[in-house]
Structures are given as structure tokens and as C-alpha cells.
Design a protein around this ligand. Structure first.
Ligand SMILES: [Cu+2]
Length: 266
């Protein structure tokens, strides 16, 4: 009997796959030249499943929901607060629908260059596994060509963050992408899990739909940071990918802190 219980415990632990979960910020393209309004969605789920995904509600703890703790953009070294623009949204897949946090950048898009977008959605509880997630999500949009170095700077003081060495809007298929994972104080995080998910379907940020499947294989991968917090990846498909650093896990309290970066591969 004892032996039987032991096996059962292992099986239960194995089904809680914290590596596959991915909370990320989404917009249809990071190249926003010619656009005056860009919609964003903070999404939680398993984007590599494509339209078969069952989204996890963002900003929901038990029956209570909240909007984002903080959302901001950095452009030309200036911080622009977007928190008040956040609204509750939905993502409808072929199988299910789930709560998202939505916002639009429009009047802030004056001029050219890069806008680094950071969202801190706040605590979310995934009821299906009763784990709490506290993530921070990031991306970079570029208008009329990259300008300056906002995109490769540490911008989210006080939070975990992935810092890219290639502009996230200018990554090429099968080329080398290097990034660094830092902790809340900005120190490199060594030997930390980096998991990567392909947005494997047609996701429309404006309509809030996620349908179909683009690829059957090579839609998720993982690696670890080195002693200096660096990691290297190469992306097999064109499209959008979410890179996630699993910064902190407390299995006893069922609590996870992580950070993600959305990139576009051409
Ligand atoms: Cu999962």
C-alpha cells in the first residue's frame, strides 16, 4: 500500500506542468509602422496548442477579478503610464474562452522608434491546478525603424525581466537570439529555466480570437541560463513566440513568479 501511494504522489506531481504555462503580452505584429493604434492583450495559457488552447483567466483570484497592477511603456527613455487604460477582455479559442487584460496604445505612438511595453497583471490563480502565478510580461514595438537603446535596457525595476540582445521586432528565423534573465534587483539569474512557446494559431488581438494551428512540431522548447544569466535560442518558425523565465517556484505554497518576453520572428 505504501508503495502504491508513493507512485500516486509522483504521478500527481508530474501532471502539474508548470513549464508549459505561459502568461504573455500579445499584439499581432511588433512592427507598427503606419499604425496609429495598436491593441494589446495579456493572455495566459498554452499558446503552442493553437486554437485548441483553453485560456487561463488573467487577473482572477478565486471569484474576485482585478485589472492590472501596473502597465507602462518606455519610449526615448521616458516612462509612460498606461495602467488606467487597461480593460477586461476575452480570448475565444476553438475550444473555450478566457479572461484577458486589454489595452490600446494610440496617442502615445507619436514619433518613431521603439516602445518597450511592460505589464504587471497581478496575482492569478489557475483553478485547475490551484497554483498562484505572479508574472510580469514584456514586449517591444517598433515604428519606422528602431532608434536608440530602450529595447535593450533594464526597464522594469523591482521585477524579474528578460533583456534581449536583438530587438524583439527584428529576429530572423533560425538565427541566434541571445537574452539575459535578471532578478528583481537586476542581478543575473543563473541556471534558471527558460521555456519558449510558439503562438501556434491565428491570434487576432483586436477581435480576441485564437483559431487553428500553424505548425505540428517544434512549437515549444526550453533551455537554461548560464552563470551570468544568459541564454541562447534559435527559432524554427516565423511568427510570434513567448520566451518565459521561470524565476521563482514555491511548490509547498503552490506559488510561481515568472517573466516573459514576446518576440516576432521573420
Ligand atoms: Cu500548463
Amino acid at each position: 500500500m505504501k508503495k502504491f501511494l508513493g507512485v500516486l504522489a509522483v504521478l500527481t506531481a508530474a501532471t502539474v506542468n508548470l513549464y508549459a504555462h505561459n502568461q504573455f503580452i500579445y499584439t499581432d505584429t511588433l512592427n507598427v509602422t503606419g499604425k496609429s493604434s495598436v491593441p494589446f492583450k495579456v493572455i495566459f495559457g498554452h499558446p503552442y496548442h493553437g486554437g485548441e488552447d483553453k485560456p487561463i483567466p488573467v487577473g482572477k483570484v478565486k471569484e474576485k477579478t482585478h485589472l492590472a497592477e501596473k502597465v507602462f511603456a518606455v519610449h526615448d527613455g521616458q516612462k509612460i503610464d498606461l495602467t488606467a487604460k487597461v480593460k477586461e477582455g476575452q480570448l475565444k479559442t476553438d475550444k473555450a474562452s478566457g479572461r484577458t487584460l486589454d489595452f490600446v496604445i494610440d496617442s502615445e505612438l507619436k514619433g518613431a522608434g521603439d516602445w518597450v511595453i511592460i505589464a504587471v497583471p497581478g496575482l492569478t490563480v489557475d483553478d485547475s491546478i490551484s497554483y498562484s502565478f505572479n508574472g510580469i510580461v514584456k514586449t517591444v514595438i517598433t515604428k519606422e525603424g528602431s532608434k536608440g537603446d530602450d529595447w535593450k535596457k533594464r526597464v522594469a525595476d523591482g521585477y524579474y525581466e528578460i533583456i534581449p540582445f536583438t530587438n524583439p521586432s527584428m529576429v530572423n528565423v533560425n538565427s541566434v537570439f541571445k537574452g539575459q534573465l535578471v532578478d528583481k534587483k537586476g542581478n543575473p539569474m543563473k541556471n534558471t529555466d527558460i521555456s519558449v512557446n510558439y503562438v501556434n494559431g491565428k491570434l487576432d488581438a483586436g477581435k480576441g480570437t485564437f483559431t487553428g494551428k500553424l505548425q505540428n512540431e517544434k512549437v515549444s522548447m526550453s533551455t537554461y541560463t548560464d552563470d551570468n544569466g544568459y541564454f541562447v535560442l534559435s527559432f524554427p518558425h516565423k511568427g510570434l513566440w513567448s520566451i518565459r523565465g521561470k524565476a521563482f517556484v514555491d511548490r509547498e505554497k503552490k506559488y510561481v513568479e515568472d517573466t516573459s518576453l514576446l518576440i516576432e520572428v521573420k
